[in-house]
Design a protein around this ligand. Sequence first.
Ligand code: GAR
Length: 208
Amino acid sequence: MKNIIVLVSGGGTNLQALIDAQKSGIIKNGKITCVISSKPDVYALERARNNDIPTKVIPRKNYPDSVTYSQEILKTLNELKADLVVLAGFMTILDECVTKEYAYKIINVHPALIPSFCGEGFYGLKVHEKALEYGVKVSGATIHFVNEKADAGAIILQGVVDVENDDTPEILQRRIMENVEWKLLPEAVSLFCQDKIEIIDGKAYVKE
Ligand code: GAR
C-alpha cells in the first residue's frame, strides 16, 4: 500500500475528489495519510479533518524564500515516509531539493493543456482568464510529474473540454474541474500506486 501525501493551498475540491475516490475504491494500492497546507484556515484542511485524515500546516509566509520553505517540506515528506506526493491546488513552486529527491514521485494537476497557459504566474483562475483572452476553442487539464521547472514534467494524462462563447473564467474553471480534474487526478494516482506508469526517455506512459 503506497503512502500518499497531498499538498494543498485552497478550497481543496481536488483533494475531495481524491478522498471520494479512495472511499469508493477507485484508488487501488494507495492511502492518503496526511494533508499538508501552505496556508492556515483553508477549506481543504476542513475536508481532510471531516474524513479523519491527519493534517499539517506549513505556512509559506513563515519562510524567507522558496529554498528554506522547500527544505521544511522535504523534511516533513521524509518523516511521513511519502511514496507519492500529490499537489492538489498547491500554489507554491517547490525547489529542486524536493523535486530531485522525489523525482517521478510528485504529481501535479494543472488546469490547462500543457504546454499552453502554464509556467510561472499561471495558476488558478488566471489560467482560465488567459485562455479566454487568447480565444482558444478547447481547454482542459493536465496531470503531470513535477520536475525543477514549473509545469514542465512528464505528462501522465490530459483531458479536454469545449470553450463556449459566453464563458467566464469561473464557468470555464468549473467545467474543467468537473469534467477533467476530478476524474483524471484520482485515475493518475491509482495508476501510480499500482506501478502502471512507465518512464521512457523522460516521457510517461501508462502501461497496458
Ligand atoms: C485547480 O483548478 C487546480 O488545477 C489549480 O488550482 C485549482 C485548485 O482548486 N492548480 C493550479 O493552478 C496549479 N498551478 P482546488 O483547491 O479546489 O483543488
